[in-house]
Design a protein around this ligand. Structure first.
Ligand SMILES: NC(=O)c1ccc[n+]([C@@H]2O[C@H](COP(=O)([O-])OP(=O)(O)OC[C@H]3O[C@@H](n4cnc5c(N)ncnc54)[C@H](OP(=O)(O)O)[C@@H]3O)[C@@H](O)[C@H]2O)c1
Length: 249
């Protein structure tokens, strides 16, 4: 499925899942704005790898919770590569889970600011031009935590749940404009950040997963790329689990 001539903006692409998404979209022919917040080296390395393989890419910095910074990033994307046809909202605030009794409202606020407000800001920045051109693909990265509840995930899971409604509602509103909005929900994915989860939790997760392994970032990237396809224009508001079957049960 070719994305030749399309421009993709991927948030949080200096590492982890976002990095794999940026690479896979570039392999399919998209020019990619590789967004980062603090991982400048990582994002620049992703962009230069893409260019070394004959693609087009640029690393762009922004705190997605800040609307002015996101507007600036969208403008930089427009002038370097063109307006974004594809937006992948992947950035998240990394925070260790806490029992409910230790949570403060600031724990929720941090997740709201980066994941919900960040997604809102990015959508607001790219949608007018997608609407004008009557074509767009948005993928928001959620989590299987929505259906596979675990203790200590209240702040993270609550905000991911809000993103489910946000995405479905946006899909309803943007359908008439030729824009699809879908979601990809990873299970436990092995990234540089796997340290978040204990070895015993990972082993238990693998035991309970039909495919018998943890996910890798490329598993998620393939699912994201699927929704970006030129011909995938009649699928919207869908949340696809990338969980090796763990969420079947
Ligand atoms: N890994 C998993 O097992 C798993 C499971 C389920 C769902 N997910 C979801 O998949 C997505 C990617 O996960 P991941 O594990 O690859 O993430 P990660 O390694 O924790 O990376 C998070 C990304 O978010 C960016 N970010 C953080 N704060 C930001 C801010 N204020 N403004 C802009 N960007 C900010 C970071 O940018 P910098 O590094 O540049 O600072 C980083 O690239 C997330 O939405 C996560 O919730 C992951």
């Amino acid at each position: 499925m070719s994305l030749d001539g399309r421009v993709a903006l991927v948030t949080g692409a200096g590492r982890g899942i976002g990095k794999a998404v940026a690479r896979v979209l570039a392999e399919r022919g998209a020019s990619v704005a590789v967004h980062y917040h603090t991982s400048r080296e990582g994002a620049e390395a992703v962009a230069s790898d893409i260019e070394a393989q004959g693609g087009r890419a640029i690393a762009l910095q922004a705190d997605v919770s800040q609307p002015d910074q996101v507007e600036r990033m969208a403008e930089q994307c427009r002038s370097a590569l063109g307006p974004a046809d594809i937006l992948v909202n992947n950035a998240r605030q990394l925070a260790r889970g806490k029992p409910f009794t230790e949570l403060q409202w600031s724990d929720y606020q941090g997740q709201i600011d980066v994941m919900l407000r960040g997604t809102f800001n990015c959508c607001r920045a790219v949608l007018p031009s997608m609407m004008e051109r009557r074509w767009g693909r948005i993928v928001n990265v959620l989590s299987t935590v929505l259906v596979d509840h675990r203790p200590r995930t209240s702040a993270y899971g609550t905000v991911k749940s809000a993103l489910l409604y946000f995405s479905q509602n946006l899909a309803v509103e943007m359908g008439p404009c030729g824009i699809t909005v879908n979601m990809v929900s990873p299970g436990l994915i092995q990234t540089e950040r796997e340290i978040l989860h204990s070895r015993s939790y990972q082993e238990e997760y693998i035991r309970d997963t039909p495919m018998g392994r943890l996910g890798v970032p490329e598993d998620v990237a393939e699912a994201v790329a699927y929704f970006e396809g030129e011909k995938i224009g009649f699928i919207t508001g869908v949340n696809m689990a990338v969980s090796g079957g763990k969420t079947i049960f």
